[in-house]
Ligand binder design. Sequence first.
Ligand SMILES: [Cu+2]
Length: 218
Amino acid sequence: MNKTPVIFIVVIVFLGLNILIGYLAFAEPPDYLINATPESISVYQGNSSSFKLNLTSLRDFESKMMVGIKEAPDGVEISMENDEIQLSNEKNLILKMNVKVDSKAPAGLYDIVIEANGNGLLHSVDLKLNIIGTGQIIVIIQDFWYFPNNLTVRTGSEIIWINRDLVGHTATADNGEFDTNMLQQNQASLSIVFDKVGVYPWFCVPHPQMVGAVKVIE
Ligand SMILES: [Cu+2]
């Protein structure tokens, strides 16, 4: 018996199923696609700020939505002035968001996720929150990395690096302006004061792939 027709039918059915699955997965576009600006906000440690988020629907839809914060870093409280909004076709909507940053909230760059829920369908928007350090800031060295490794501080702030790894590390300025020298496990550096505006990248002498940077602002 010639098996060619059987194989042919099997291949056709297989391809047909794939096309059908692909259609089901992609044919129905998500009901809610929103965009938010600004994409990044900054708040000083121990401060509160309000922001206007500009929400835009990228597709035609009209819906009542519940808006809330899904994820915020420790020591940060975020609330929406209106937690229920009406997002309309192609209209921009301004949403007021209040951000309260505890003085102990760690300085650095964080992701916050805002989630909108309309008729059971979820859509999230990611924003960057830059917590600007003031006073004394601790950078932890752990697992061959700096936490935070990218931070903004106000002039006059000081940074102390603490090594939590078994092996020794340094935080050494690229331009040679500061150097913690070798820090052994659980050793803290002397505090380094940043009183000049600028960007100061640093690295670890024995592990140059370990890098960080501090941006000093007015
Ligand atoms: Cu190192």
